[in-house]
Ligand binder design. Structure first.
Ligand code: FCB
Length: 455
């Protein structure tokens, strides 16, 4: 009953949330820098100019990763640090920073898993229309080429986009995320189509040019439906709910993943979106259809459904008083089981949980310890859920906890803490939380520790 012997025990971060140094060594602006300068957009008008100062502290942070015992670490590259204007001239200091980070990881025997785009979109490209510009897929592929030519002699695990639902949906539709636009659905879906094309072109660049045989994927997200019972009716209701396209929102799974993994938008999606659906050519769809070698999935939230008497799908209300994290996201034991099962059934690819974690009410105690028992319990439940998938022979390659460090949580600023390591932003002091030591034991026992109640 254990995890595969080559299971990736990881943690994840993203450039914008930890690096800081937004104006150091020639980095260009990104849309989030712009968002942070608009009053009222970020909690307490905070910004990520310093964040965790990871740019200056990469060495210390890799030492922490080593101490934690991870065998894989997922991080993203800052596009405007590498290409300050998004295209054209590269910034050698930025490229050299990631050389150093990769070399530090490899020297510590930690496999780098790199995300190309985790939301810090170059501001200069936004001024040229961003993802609405038909050239935007090409811009992304050109950036991918620079990255692959530089790092693929040492790196073999690549993810193109992080959560298209967020940077397109929250960024361009509802506007809570940068660049903060509130476009109509047709423009949103058109931008989304370009982002999908960007994935397809970049995946081809990676596969054609990488010096080490690459594994390519992306990090998808979305709420996960769980069946109320194990009856076949409820199971099929949950499966249908996963695949469904809801009107006037980009929050769904198959609209994004079917084109990449199956080569077409879902029929139901085209019907539901109607005239807002993007126009595209068969050749574009062929470019988008670059299935990952794995299906990367970021999972935080779930909901329960059952088959309704009229044959439809009915949502089951949460029990009163059900557990909530600091961010008001529910705690569901089998989240990762279903998060692995649905896409594996549909796309037949190995699964990687590329993010999962919780925001906790964590602070450094008077004795210097951070007692984050809730995080230990939460992660234990999640990993037991994932183990159920492993036991049922769903191929699961790895698990990346979100996040290594407390960090800049987008529009919430520094309000929510997701880290295994507490960060005091004023002093940049790092304090490993209790969950850090617990996760180290889980990793050290390849998951056997999950069977034991924590002290
Ligand atoms: C995900 C993001 C990640 C972080 C977590 C909490 O949606 O990919 O950057 O914000 O949520």
């Amino acid at each position: 009953m254990s995890f595969p012997s080559n299971f990736r025990w990881g943690a994840a971060t993203s450039a914008y949330q930890i690096e800081g140094a937004t104006r150091t060594d020639g980095r260009g602006f990104c849309v989030w820098d712009m968002m942070c300068r608009r009053r009222g957009k970020i909690w307490q008008d905070q910004n990520a100019d310093k964040a965790c100062a990871h740019y200056q502290r990469a060495e210390e942070d890799v030492a922490l990763i080593k101490q934690l015992g991870l065998n894989a670490y997922r991080f993203s590259l800052s596009w405007p640090r590498i290409l300050p204007a998004g295209t054209g001239k590269t910034n050698e200091a930025g490229l050299a920073f990631y050389d150093r980070l990769i070399d530090l990881l490899l020297a510590a025997d930690i496999e780098p898993w790199i995300t190309l785009f985790h939301w810090d979109y170059p501001y200069e490209l936004y001024c040229r229309g961003g993802w609405l510009n038909p050239d935007s897929p090409r811009w992304f592929a050109d950036y991918a080429r620079i990255v692959i030519d530089r790092y693929s002699d040492r790196v073999s695990h690549w993810m193109t986009h992080n959560e298209p639902q967020c940077f397109i949906g929250l960024g361009l539709h509802t506007g809570e995320h940068a660049p903060g636009d509130k476009l109509g659905l047709a423009e949103v879906l058109r931008a989304g189509h370009h982002a999908l094309l960007g994935h397809g072109l970049a995946a081809q660049v990676i596969r054609e040019r990488a010096k080490k045989t690459p594994l390519v994927g992306w990090a998808h997200t979305g709420d996960i439906p769980m069946p109320a019972t194990n009856s076949s009716d409820d199971l099929s209701a949950a499966r249908e709910s996963w695949a469904r396209t809801r009107p006037d929102t980009v929050w769904n799974h198959s609209w994004w993943s079917d084109p990449v993994f199956l080569g077409s938008y879902p029929d139901e999606g085209l019907r539901v979106h109607g005239s807002a659906a993007p126009a595209f050519t068969a050749e574009e769809m062929r470019q988008i259809h670059q299935p990952g070698d794995f299906f990367g999935s970021n999972n935080y939230r779930a909901y329960t459904v059952r088959r309704a008497p009229d044959g439809g799908i009915e949502r089951v209300r949460e029990a009163e008083g059900a557990a909530l994290t600091h961010m008001d996201w529910g705690v569901h034991d089998d989240l990762l089981y279903w998060a692995a099962r649905w896409p594996h059934e549909r796309y037949k690819k190995p699964i990687v949980i590329t993010e999962n974690g919780l925001a906790g009410l964590d602070w450094v105690g008077l004795d210097g310890r951070v007692r984050d028992g809730a995080r230990i319990d939460y992660l234990r439940r999640q990993l037991l859920g994932l183990r159920r998938a492993v036991v049922e022979e769903i191929p699961v390659m790895g698990y990346f906890q979100w996040s290594l460090l407390d960090n800049f949580e987008w529009s919430h600023g520094y309000r929510y803490r997701f880290g295994l390591v507490h960060v005091d932003y004023a002093t940049q002091r790092r304090t490993p939380k209790d969950s850090f030591r617990w996760y180290r034991q889980v990793i050290g026992t390849n998951g056997a520790q999950l069977d034991l109640n924590p002290p």
